[in-house]
Design a protein around this ligand. Structure first.
Ligand code: FAD
Length: 378
């Protein structure tokens, strides 16, 4: 799609911000305590001050009232600029469900939280329920006017930074696995909730959550008791676009860096980018990124127009291609940079580590292929 002059100016502004605030390895190390954290709360607050968070969220609840295309431009450009703010996308995912199913107070609280530069989390996965999410078992039993939560959630991004966690619980185990699931808005500092970091290859971001007699009032229900499975569907479709937009930015950044490298690096008396074997690989990467961009923004544009008929299928397509483009581009770039691709100093190894997770989270790419297959009647 064609972007307006205003959108192009916005992208330029985000690019300049990233170059200034997190453009050097030293700046990024300072923001992430030497790379041990995936996200920088300080940088997210700076973005909030500029009015760039919650671009696509409704103005009536405190958002910027813009389009999802603009949101994707922001996500793409911050990923391209290596801003350590990936978990912003997780809050943006959680808020989709609040906006569609939550009450006015829940919507206002979460939208304001995100726009102010706070984190919001969503806890669906359990040790025994990953791809088969509907088999989630963590219980919440009604006791007077409260639900009492007991059990474990896992892989919850940014729970340790978040104000609230949108938690999937089983409130009825007597019916089929797709029924009896409920969503609850749980304060991250609720008594009885323990949040423990999971050690991963890309800095602190994900957590195990242990619930012991955690009480929340019935007013914490988001939507309808027992209908979480049906309610989650649209939000997870939008999540796939959020992941796709960030991954596109990551792919573009790896491409930018390797293009600069092959243009400058000399072997056998010429730049390595002048060898046809290298040029064709660069052309293939550029082709894939261009197609990903065109497709992603087409889906985002249709979402803005209220055309959600193909959202589930098309967001899966965008998620597969953009996350695989980010992974393949980073791996190809590492190979094309030779030993320097493997060294921390040149940054490509971090791009590789970062690009390995998105094909897994937000529903693995195998599960996305299942969604697409189902849309084909298979
Ligand atoms: C960095 C990161 C962040 C995350 N953030 C969150 C979060 O914020 N909130 C949250 O709730 N969860 C989060 N997750 C969890 C994530 O969504 C799950 O890891 C993912 O859904 C896969 O579940 P699993 O790990 O249990 O793998 P499994 O479901 O056990 O899958 C293992 C393998 O089997 C394959 N497989 C399973 N079923 C099928 C099938 N039917 N057909 C073909 N292949 C299949 C999978 O594709 C995968 O390759 C995060 C995970 C990571 C790594």
């Amino acid at each position: 799609m064609r972007f307006s002059a205003e959108q192009q100016n916005f992208v330029e502004s985000v690019r300049a911000f990233c170059a200034k605030e997190c453009g050097t390895p030293q700046q990024r190390a300072e923001l992430t305590e030497g790379g041990t954290l995936a996200d920088s709360p300080a940088l997210l607050r700076r973005l909030a001050e500029l009015g760039w968070l919650g671009i696509s969220l409704p103005a009536e609840y405190g958002g910027q009232g813009g389009t999802f295309v603009d949101e994707c431009l922001f996500l793409e450009e911050t990923a391209r600029g290596l801003a350590p703010t990936t978990a912003y996308g997780t809050g943006l995912t959680a808020v989709q469900t609040y906006l569609h199913w939550g009450n006015d107070e829940q919507k206002r609280i979460v939208v304001e939280s995100i726009c102010a530069g706070n984190f919001e989390a969503i806890a669906l996965s359990e040790p025994g329920a990953g791809s088969d999410l509907a088999s989630a078992r963590m219980a919440a039993d009604l006791d007077g006017d409260d639900f009492v939560l007991d059990g474990q959630k896992t892989w919850t991004t940014a729970a340790h930074l978040a104000n609230h966690i949108l938690v999937l619980v089983r409130t009825d185990s007597s019916s089929s696995k797709h029924e009896g699931l409920t969503l609850l808005m749980v304060p991250a500092d609720a008594p009885g909730l323990e949040i423990r970091a999971i050690d991963t290859m890309y800095g602190r971001t994900v957590n195990d959550l242990y619930f012991t007699q955690v009480r929340v009032p019935v007013s914490a229900v988001v939507g309808t008791v027992g209908r979480a499975w049906q309610q989650l569907n649209r939000g997870l479709g939008v999540e796939r676009l959020i992941i796709a937009a960030s991954s596109l930015g990551s792919a573009q950044r790896s491409f930018d860096d390797v293009l600069a490298y092959v243009t400058q690096r000399q072997q056998f008396g010429r730049t390595i980018g002048s060898f046809q074997a290298v040029r064709h690989r660069m052309a293939d990467l550029a082709t894939e990124i261009a197609l990903c961009r065109t497709f992603l923004y087409d889906v985002a544009d249709r979402l803005d127009a209220g055309d959600e008929g193909g959202l589930s299928r098309d967001s899966s397509t965008a998620k597969i291609r953009c996350t695989e483009a980010a992974k393949n581009t980073a791996l190809e770039a590492m190979q094309l940079m030779g030993g320097y691709g493997y060294a921390r100093e040149f940054g490509m190894e971090a791009q590789v580590r970062k690009a390995l997770a998105p094909p897994i989270y937000g529903g693995t790419n195998e599960i996305q292929r299942e969604i697409i297959s189902r849309s084909l009647g298979l």
